[in-house]
Write a new protein. Structure first.
Lengths: 221, 83
């Protein structure tokens, strides 16, 4: 049996692709493969990460142009097959622009680019992306974004809440996001989008290991 | 085939907070212009396109709905001018 491989998608302007690879390979001994966005063959990979960065320079809207890449086109069947997709920061923006997840990410309320560690409450156990030990579990992860304010209408928020699709909420809302949302999953639970960067919290020497579990859960089948 | 000049206006939906618009509103009052009640920023996209007259509206609708605007957060309108 082939070794479980996580595909890391590289768009022009991605800049967290190597961090994700470092965290998966170096900290978790999980094999990775970079996938250029023009590739549409996803047969060699078992799960996928859409990393952070500024795909296509954030032109028009963050994630708006990446949506049209051949790889994102192939991602529809990949997601339908139940394999796991993790979108981090710009990856989350791409997942909403592409319709894999509802809502949109818009400019932070205070207009600042926020680069900080934030405390988060783990809300759902759907998809098993977080080690949900108890009802009030919280984790600390870094954020780094200018356009990370999750926005959705009231009907969508109700659907997210009723179906237990809210993955993470900020304890102290840094960007004005609807209902303090920092991450959400799809109904099946195999797609997770989040603004915080788990790959930047995988080693005590860089400030914490609360991101390890989420990256490790990429190999859950 | 005819030539068309299209102007597309994209604006944030009223329910979406526009912090950049608020910042400009604040700067406007610092310039000494009083009385601004609301200021919101949008985008304008100019397109020159060759098309049959019967298809032009459909093409522009497709561009607006699928690319130019994200209808979760934005509304759009456009004007089509035959050159």
């Amino acid at each position: 049996m082939a070794t479980f491989t996580v595909g890391i998608v590289v768009f022009p302007g991605s800049n967290c692709d190597r961090d994700v690879s470092w965290a998966l390979e170096g900290c978790l001994d999980i094999k990775t493969k970079f996938l250029w966005h023009e590739s549409s063959d996803l047969n060699d990979v078992d799960s996928i990460v859409l990393p952070g960065g500024f795909s296509y320079g954030d032109y028009l809207r963050c994630g708006a142009i990446a949506r049209f890449s051949p790889l994102i086109n192939s991602l529809h069947d990949f997601v339908k097959s139940g394999r796991r997709v993790l979108g981090i920061c710009n990856g989350f923006q791409i997942l909403t622009e592409s319709g894999f997840l509802p809502g949109a990410l818009v400019a932070n309320k205070n207009l600042n680019f926020i680069c900080d560690d934030v405390d988060l409450n783990v809300i759902t156990s759907k998809g098993g992306w977080f080690q949900k030990l108890n009802e009030t579990q919280n984790i600390k992860l870094p954020i780094a974004h200018g356009e990370g304010r999750y926005h959705c209408d009231q009907d969508t928020l109700k659907k997210l809440t009723d179906n237990d699709l809210i993955a993470l909420k900020y304890k102290t809302n840094p960007n004005g996001s609807t209902s303090d949302i920092a991450g959400i999953t799809n109904e099946k639970g195999n797609v997770l989008g989040l603004m915080p960067h788990p790959e930047r919290a995988c080693d005590e020497s860089i400030g914490g290991i609360d991101g390890l579990y989420t990256l490790k859960s990429l190999i859950t089948q | 085939m005819d030539q068309f000049e299209v102007k597309v206006f994209i604006r944030l939906r009223p329910s979406v907070l526009d912090p950049a618009g608020e910042a400009i509103k604040s700067a406007s009052s610092k310039l000494g212009v009083a009385g601004i009640k609301s200021l919101r920023i949008g985008k304008m996209i100019e397109v020159k396109i060759e098309s049959n007259e019967e298809d032009i509206k459909e093409k522009i609708e497709l561009l607006c709905d699928r690319l130019f605007a994200n209808t979760v957060i934005e509304d759009y309108e456009y004007s089509i001018n035959k050159l």
